[in-house]
Design a protein. Structure first.
Length: 328
């Protein structure tokens, strides 16, 4: 029986795990705060990792993953998405000559200035098996890499979302906006201050759920109007909050997909996205940090997008992946 070593390190990767698939689970420690890690293991009944590396820097992660590979001797290494942990897992597999499997492969924003975009392309180059969240991602891989093994399985985060239902409608449903800001390009003092000022002009309360890093940056920034700063929510509670929000404002890739699936309009604080289907289907508006563009959509009654919510699969991506892996 093949042994799989799976590398995860943050919230989006934790919620995508298949807890029923036999694997050696390595948590890098990229998200080390309790509100970003522990609540997901308990709230989603995810098994505790076999290894908690407590590493936040790329080199340290890579070295520690290589040590785990030496100890476990897996036949394959699995990584998710486009984070520092993803790259560390891919580099460790490359150094140790272990075949790499990339889940959520083929996503492209075509902005090479984004570190996530560079990580995606590097990891896709190293991987020998690619699991894509959409047909478009599969087409990108087959266009750019002539000899690749690609399976379009859908987005594993859709599987996770099905496990959160039914949601509970709050008394203030559709009277608030869910917001997150965490990307480096949006969290320098000047840009972050301007974004907070702009969001403060909302005609509805903006609930800004902050990573610890962003919250620390906000300590010396004045707040305006409608913005309310809150700690991150556990996964199920966050999905419930999105489901009954008037809109979502974010620079997170994961929240774009979650808002799309829940049919909530999303205002994305970026000029491009790797989740292009959300824009094409009319649920996602790319505004960058332009105040006029943000306000145009922030206080407007936005039309409903198209109804094709199956561009990222029907919630069976984990089953498809595990079936393929068991037959390698």
């Amino acid at each position: 029986m093949k042994k799989f070593l799976t590398i995860v390190g943050n919230r989006p990767q934790l919620i995508k795990l298949d807890k029923n698939f036999k694997q050696v689970l390595v948590y890098t420690g990229q998200h080390y705060d309790e509100c970003l890690k522990d609540v997901f293991f308990t709230g989603l009944d995810i098994p505790r990792p076999d290894y908690d590396l407590r590493a936040t820097e790329l080199g340290e992660m890579t070295d520690k993953i290589m040590a785990v590979i030496d100890q476990e001797q897996p036949q394959y290494v699995i990584v998710y998405g486009d984070t520092r942990s993803t790259l560390a897992g891919a580099m460790a597999a490359l150094y140790k000559n272990i075949p790499l499997i990339h889940s959520e492969a083929g996503c492209r924003s075509f902005n090479d200035k984004m570190i996530e975009e560079r990580i995606r392309t590097i990891v896709d180059e190293i991987a020998i098996i690619h699991f894509t969240p959409s047909l478009q991602c599969k087409e990108y891989l087959e266009r750019d890499y002539k000899k690749v093994t690609v399976y379009n399985v859908g987005a594993t985060q859709i599987d996770a979302m099905y496990s959160t239902f039914p949601t509970t409608k709050p008394k203030d449903a559709y009277q608030y906006i869910v917001a997150t800001i965490h990307r480096e390009e949006n969290t320098d003092r000047e840009t972050l201050s301007q974004l907070i000022k702009t969001l403060g002009k909302s005609n509805k309360e903006v609930r800004l759920y902050c990573h610890p890093r962003t919250k620390k940056l906000l300590e010396n920034i004045d707040f305006y109007g409608s913005v309310k700063v809150l700690d991150p929510l556990p996964y199920k509670e966050m999905i419930n909050a999105i489901a009954f929000a008037d809109k979502v404002v974010t620079d997170s890739g994961g929240l774009q997909v979650e808002a799309f699936f829940l049919k909530r309009p999303c205002i994305t604080l970026r000029n491009e996205t790797e989740w292009t289907e959300t824009v094409e289907q009319g649920w996602n508006y790319l505004v960058g940090t332009d105040e006029a563009k943000i306000l145009k959509y922030l206080n407007a009654e936005l039309p409903r997008g198209k109804g094709d919510l199956y561009v990222y699969g029907g919630g069976d991506a984990r089953l498809k992946i595990s079936t393929i892996l068991k037959n390698l």
